[in-house]
Ligand binder design. Sequence first.
Ligand SMILES: [Zn+2]
Length: 430
Amino acid sequence: MTRDAEAKGFGKGTVQYRLKDWGISRQRYWGTPIPIIYCATCGIVPVPEKDLPVLLPSGVKLTGEGQSPLARVPEFVNTKCPKCGGPARRETDTMDTFVDSSWYFYRYTDAQIATAPVNRDAVRYWFPVDQYIGGIEHAILHLIYMRFFTKVMRDVGLVEFDEPVLRLFTQGMVLKDGSAMSKSRGNTVDPSETCAKYGADTVRIYMMFAAPPEKDLDWSDAGIEGAWRFVNRVYRLAGKHEEKLRAGKPRAAQAWRLEELNPRERQLLRKAHQVLRHVTEDMEERWHYNKDIAMCMELVNELAEAERELEAGKLRVEVFRAALELLVVALSPFAPHVADEIWEGMGNSGPLVRVAWPAWVAALAAEQEIELPVQVNGKLRGRLRLPASTSLEEIQRLALAEEKVQQHLNGRKVVKIIVVPGKLVNIVIM
Ligand SMILES: [Zn+2]
């Protein structure tokens, strides 16, 4: 409707913020004191700047009987009027915590500065925030308050930009039996108990694998068991060949050349570099960690299959080692402890967090291409070049769409398409 109105020139789109005035005072101890003094003669008098900040008194009793706890502290309440010097009373309400949560993050750039709310140079260096991660429940209140405070701070010259955050990501929730965990419902899972039983690596692998981070995750004990088995499988696989691996010379991921690999070695390193490519790209942009872990599982399957060739001398230990190292690197953001153990077990110096992230090699990660002759009624009419992993349906679609094949089909009815995997495609027409 907006586009239509704009196209026809009778209206235009605009953004309306329904940000209303809101009370900032609370009858609580924890909060920033409101710097106001009441004088019988002068009325409401702000605390002069030289006397700021007004500090919270310590040792205040919290009685739960209503009113601000500060009102029961005469040494705090009773003061002198800054204007006439006569007896006066301090404001005893404090500011609600959202006043702080709307701008505290600027203070992180320099928590020591005592002469200003924020260090402008530090804020200029660090801000705006590249990536904010938070629950969707913050989207309408906290996030709009922090943007509002930022605009005020911009107007008074404390910051030099309009928006505090460049990119927002709202993560899903961990559910139990389909609903949000809550103590009153009694459906909570204690992560520290689960960590004590399975280790933090398993818990993290499970949570990253069970759902992409923007989706809710329904907690499952069977899922935890599965993650535990996977972590163990990787650990055992590496441990079994530890001695051999230590003997195999380490080589940088980039140092392998396609030509020096036999087909089996090529297949293993291809998978390893594909995993590394996917995890690398995911860390930057997509964050589909569940897919990353699924790919690591596929690589573990490949490694398990390659074991036989390794033992039969058909696959070099250096290649096995290279693929296993990439697996460990790719897993390290999810399972850092186990990854470090395996890494060091192979004779590398750790910890992995101090090792440069390797670059994947495009030539090694590239899908193997095959050429498929396409026949029409048994006669060669065209050729397809496609990745070896292309599905049957996709091969059929591509064969029908091939230009030379199209000329020979000439609108006639296709009876069937026979695909002999890796060999040929034959299109039977009437
Ligand atoms: Zn006064």
